[in-house]
Ligand binder design. Structure first.
Ligand code: CMC
Length: 428
């Protein structure tokens, strides 16, 4: 196969090298294009643009493949351990038992927030969007840890990663307690990662919430399945901000804002809104599908379609199974699950969705599981933040370790007015 590509412009031909990845993905290295030809590429939404080389996550969207550091996502279903996956994503290999234990201990030791941060929570109105609080509190956390603004070695990175991954849970739980006017519940060092999170959200000052193993495992799996997804909008944001050498807290805080959008992390909440609307009798599943097909309706089948997957999202398949397990454990029938199944059945038999390769994505079932666990809709995207955090840290590290990395600074094709003169206000 050609290892270079020729581009002709104004009678001259230029040759550009083809870069091949370990899974034979191929990209044209056009870094000299502008200096050679005076032209740039135009790719709105970056669907054809590789922004970096990365060794963290591999996706083959046509075949529905997702691998973390080479390991198929399905292999994490058996023994879901979010902490192990987090360390592996960040440091590139599975931790040995000493490393796993050390990282776990660091997480336990850092679960508490500085007491002053409670005052910051108090400053938010109780109707503040949880994603706004989460982003702000991550930057606030950075103010208490400015010693980590510039990192010198991997141990320091492990320390700051442990702080972030541990404290994000406490931030999420305190956010929930704040917007619901509930007293804050402190972390319990004896509990594992997900059980501790659920304890801080749902315990009462006089009665501890004890999570069932199935519920703990389901949350662990949700976090693992969200842990990384290569150059998506929020991860690219973290890299973009990090490329200016902004610290990890600031970069992650920006990633949270990107994740907030309904086309990205906000989609799981939108899925639930859609299912509830159908359930409450506003629409039938059939009518919703018809609306989603009409361009001028502004309606989309939420939880369907993906920029990369043109096949069933493997994460959606795993969550569909977990959804059944959780509802069975809780001995609950959720009519929204029946509506989701109906929508899926209708869409997968409809040429509109089939021809556009629109399949269920990770958000289609995650909302039903979160709801069954008792997590309210306005906290869904915050749960996504907890899951995605290790991926963001891994990408920030990868970028900072790359000696060839540059500040991200895309160009544009200018379409505004050409040179004209300023007109004084009394002459306009
Ligand atoms: N419902 C109806 N039509 C759709 C949908 C949908 N959910 N998704 C895409 N289409 C249509 C779209 O109108 C377009 O049709 P046409 O070719 O006739 O103009 C075609 O399919 C291609 O869509 P696109 O918007 O160009 O695709 P994209 O790659 O830019 O968008 C997406 C991907 C995820 C934003 C989009 O599929 C979508 O809006 N889905 C619903 C929101 C959602 O579930 N988001 C979660 C994504 S997974 C979590 C994450 O990784 O963030």
């Amino acid at each position: 196969m050609a290892d270079s590509v020729q581009i002709s412009s104004n009678g001259k031909t230029y040759s550009y090298p083809v870069v091949t990845g370990t899974e034979n993905e191929r990209g044209i290295d056009i870094s000299r294009l502008r200096s050679d030809t005076g032209m740039i590429t135009l790719d709105p939404g970056y669907g054809n643009t590789g922004s970096c080389k990365s060794a963290i996550t591999y996706i083959d969207g046509d075949k529905g493949i997702l691998r973390y550091r080479g390991i198929p996502i399905e292999e994490f279903e058996r023994e879901p351990d979010f902490i192990e996956v987090a360390w592996m994503l960040i440091f590139g290999r599975l931790p040995n038992s000493t490393e796993r234990e050390r990282f776990g201990n660091r997480l336990t030791a850092n679960a508490h927030l500085h007491e002053s941060m409670k005052h910051t929570f108090e400053g938010f109105p109780t109707n503040a969007p949880p994603m706004a609080i989460t982003s702000a509190m991550i930057n606030t956390l950075g103010c208490f840890h400015s010693e980590f603004y510039s990192l010198t070695d991997e141990m320091q990175l492990e320390e700051v990663a442990a702080r972030l991954i541990s404290k994000i849970r406490t931030i999420a739980a305190f956010t929930y307690r704040r917007v619901n006017g509930l007293p804050y519940i402190y972390p319990d060092d004896k509990l594992r990662y997900c059980a501790n999170m659920l304890h801080m959200m749902f315990s009462k000052p006089y009665e501890q919430y004890i999570a069932d193993t199935e519920i703990e495992d389901a949350l662990n799996l949700i976090f693992i399945l969200h842990a990384d997804h290569e150059q998506n909008c929020s991860t690219s944001t973290v890299r973009m901000v990090g490329s200016s050498k902004a610290n990890l807290f600031a970069s992650i805080s920006a990633g949270v804002c990107a994740l907030w959008g309904p086309l990205h992390g906000g989609a799981n909440a939108e899925v639930l809104g859609m299912l509830e609307k159908i359930h409450d009798g506003g629409l039938t599943a059939e009518k919703y599908i018809e609306l989603a097909k009409q361009k001028d309706s502004n309606v989309r089948l939420m939880g369907f379609g993906h920029r990369v997957y043109k096949h069933y999202d493997p994460r959606a398949k795993m969550l569909q199974k977990t959804c059944e397990t959780v509802l069975k454990k809780l001995n609950r029938q959720d009519p929204l699950l029946d509506i989701a199944r109906k929508l899926e059945e209708l869409a997968l038999a409809d040429d509109y969705f089939v021809s556009r390769k629109l399949y269920p994505n990770v958000d289609f079932y995650s909302g039903i599981i979160l709801r069954a666990i008792g997590i309210p809709i306005n906290m869904f995207t915050v749960m996504f933040v907890i899951g995605r955090l290790p991926g963001w840290i891994a990408h920030w590290k990868e970028q900072h370790d790359d000696p060839t990395a540059k500040i991200a600074r895309p160009r544009q094709i200018y379409t505004g007015p050409v040179n004209r003169h300023y007109v004084p206000i009394n002459q306009r």
